[in-house]
Design a protein around this ligand. Structure first.
Ligand code: FE2
Length: 323
């Protein structure tokens, strides 16, 4: 993996390794914070991230002798519960979205993108997404995470949660990659079914078709990615930025906070996100508001870029129009 090679090379010159009493090399919390920051800024890993409605999605993206690196996605409402990380130190950074961390005896604090956090062995916390948009975070542990313990809050005291086996659960057992198993609740849809239902209502456009629609008609291209993701990936010149959490309010012609352009249910809104998943759900929500021509772009920004259509590189992403 290109990211692994980059990190390995940079670590040899910029990061210091330390040996503990057993002779094993371990990273300090500060080094882990540096590692997650470098990894979050590297290319390639974002394509591996998936969103899962049933539970958080997670995957180990790098496993070295002295540390490992994980990506975790968080839909609104998803949380870890109180847990520790065994004997591992850790660092994590929010790549996109916003998370909240709760520690015992402390108030909750917001974790903003690009602000790496670090901790030593025995650290307990509960991390959750209390925002209205998905979040993605990068985590590193040293030594590589092999054990976690879960706790329940009894007043202000943490109580170790009992496990039938009586032994600590390994991360691989607990944090295996989720593959979209169906939800065992009568009448409920899992996210794959929800996505299929949304797309069945849309005539989705390829990047070329979206480009042509904007060039030749009154269609408008709408970027619903969060600012942090635009900053990483870049933007499309002329696209209107309306982040997902305010989309319906900006395009409902009856809304007091609608955009000036949103006066007519006939408006053709072409929504795009990073890879074309969230955008399908967003376009279906616009259809629910009566915007009968709303749709989204297949493959999102990544497909637009891969097609060779013009983009603004990441360094200019902060200059786009946000509504
Ligand atoms: Fe944690």
């Amino acid at each position: 993996m290109a990211t692994d090679k980059r990190l390995a090379g940079e670590e040899s010159t910029t990061l210091l390794a330390a040996k503990d009493l057993s002779g094993a090399i371990s990273r300090t919390p500060e080094e882990l914070a540096n590692i997650v920051s470098l990894f979050a800024m590297s290319d390639g890993w974002m394509d591996k991230v998936r969103l899962r409605a049933e539970r958080r999605w997670y995957e180990r993206l790098y496993h070295g002798p002295d540390h490992d690196i994980w990506a975790i996605s968080w839909l609104p409402g998803q949380s870890t519960g109180f847990h520790d990380h065994g004997a591992s130190s850790g660092g994590f950074v929010v790549a996109t979205g916003i998370l909240e961390e709760q520690r015992p005896d402390e108030g909750a604090r917001v974790i903003y993108p690009g602000k790496p956090q670090a901790f030593g062995p025995g650290y307990t916390h509960d991390v959750r997404n209390v925002s209205l948009a998905p979040a993605i975070s990068i985590h590193a542990y040293s030594p590589p995470l092999s054990e976690m313990n879960e706790y329940e809050l009894d007043g202000s005291r943490l109580v170790l949660r009992e496990r039938a086996s009586g032994t600590a659960e390994t991360l691989d057992q607990k944090w295996r990659v989720q593959r979209g198993e169906p939800v065992d609740r009568t009448g409920a849809l899992n996210i794959e079914q929800m996505l299929s239902a949304a797309r069945a209502r849309l005539r989705r456009l390829s990047p070329d078709e979206a480009y042509e629609a904007v060039a030749k008609t009154a269609a408008i291209l709408v970027d619903i990615r969060p600012k942090s993701q635009r900053a990483i990936e870049g933007s499309i010149a002329g696209a209107l930025v309306v982040e997902r959490n305010v989309l319906e309010w900006r395009f409902d012609p009856a809304s007091d906070t609608r955009l000036p352009v949103a006066t007519d249910h006939d408006l053709q809104v072409i929504v795009f996100c990073s890879e074309g998943y969230t955008s399908s759900l967003a376009a279906a929500a616009l259809k629910d508001l009566g915007l009968c021509r709303a749709t989204d772009m297949v493959g999102g920004f990544h497909a637009w870029r891969a097609t060779g259509l013009p983009i603004m590189p990441p360094r200019r992403a902060s200059q786009d129009r946000s509504c």
